[in-house]
Design a protein. Structure first.
Length: 297
């Protein structure tokens, strides 16, 4: 794995991240807390992987789901001993994490990026999954479980509203970083063995299957023309951003050895999430266990 801190996405956060790592390594007990939502579980699994790789003493506490709760709602956290790390993926993005002696609050962070030699500044937000992924890599850079979780570092970007814009610099740069280091393979839609249906509005599934069969024999021009015809109905419909459509068509992130791409995994996992509070908490904990064991949903 390449050092995530070498990416411009995270370089401005190095001091904050080092402070959190020092607090974790100094704690006798860490209480990992997040809500029973897919976004929180994905972030929690990144940190848990590092804790297990390093044999750190911790406890997992799954809180009630927040997806259907207002952003101004304040979580009532349980009164517990040790260092609390509260992962809060639905909070509005801010500039600095909340880091105290006994309480660390992780939430989306607003960042300003300069890409390449361009002097133009791009604004984006780091989600909790990517923040926890870089923390995990700092805590256990050679950990087997951390390495297994690495491809899912991009999952939080996909779930955030930033994907509804025309360009999300954080998503693009993190995707390229993970691709270059070999954690994910980027494939066009016809090369994905088992894409989840229903992700692209108006997509003809039968046409996609025919295209996938003939794809290996097609040249670049034929592929481009066929893709254009395939997604033409989606371009005429509302409900999907240009960037999300482009990612779904040309940039499917595949975990090596896994047939289902990450976007499909997230789509199916989100659709199968329980609405009942108690069932959601049990389900979230089960998903976290599976993620840590397998590295995918």
């Amino acid at each position: 794995m390449n050092n995530l801190l070498q990416s411009v996405i995270f370089s401005s956060l190095e001091d904050q991240l080092n402070e959190i790592c020092e607090a974790i390594n100094s704690a006798n007990l860490v209480q990992l807390m997040t809500s029973a939502d897919l976004d929180g579980v994905l972030a929690l699994a990144q940190l848990e992987a590092a804790f297990l790789d390093n044999s750190l003493h911790y406890r997992r506490r799954v809180l009630p789901p927040r997806r259907h709760v207002g952003r101004d709602h304040v979580h009532e956290l349980p009164d517990v001993d040790g260092l609390i790390i509260h992962i809060d993926p639905f909070l509005e993005s801010q500039k600095l994490l909340e880091i105290g002696e006994t309480y660390i609050h992780i939430f989306p962070l607003a960042v300003e990026l300069e890409i390449g030699t361009s002097e133009n500044k791009h604004h984006g937000a780091l989600d909790c999954v990517s923040i926890c992924a870089v923390l995990a890599s700092m805590l256990s850079p050679d950990g087997a479980r951390v390495r297994k979780q690495r491809p899912m570092a991009i999952a939080g970007c996909w779930l955030r509203q930033g994907m509804e814009s025309n360009y999300d610099p954080v998503m693009s740069m993190l995707r390229d970083h993970l691709d270059q280091e070999g954690s994910i393979d980027i494939r066009p839609l016809p090369e994905v063995p088992n894409p989840a249906p229903g992700m692209i509005p108006g997509l003809a599934e039968r046409m996609l299957k025919r295209l996938a069969k003939g794809w290996p024999e097609m040249d670049v021009e034929a592929r481009s023309a066929a893709i254009g015809e395939l997604i033409l109905p989606a371009l005429r419909m509302d409900g999907i951003s240009t960037m999300r459509l482009e990612e779904l068509v040309w940039h499917r992130a595949m975990i090596p050895g896994v047939d289902s791409d990450i976007a499909s995994q997230l789509h199916l996992a989100g659709n199968g999430w329980p609405d009942d509070v108690d069932k959601a908490r049990v389900h979230a904990s089960s998903i976290a266990d599976s993620l840590i064991m397998n590295g995918y949903l």
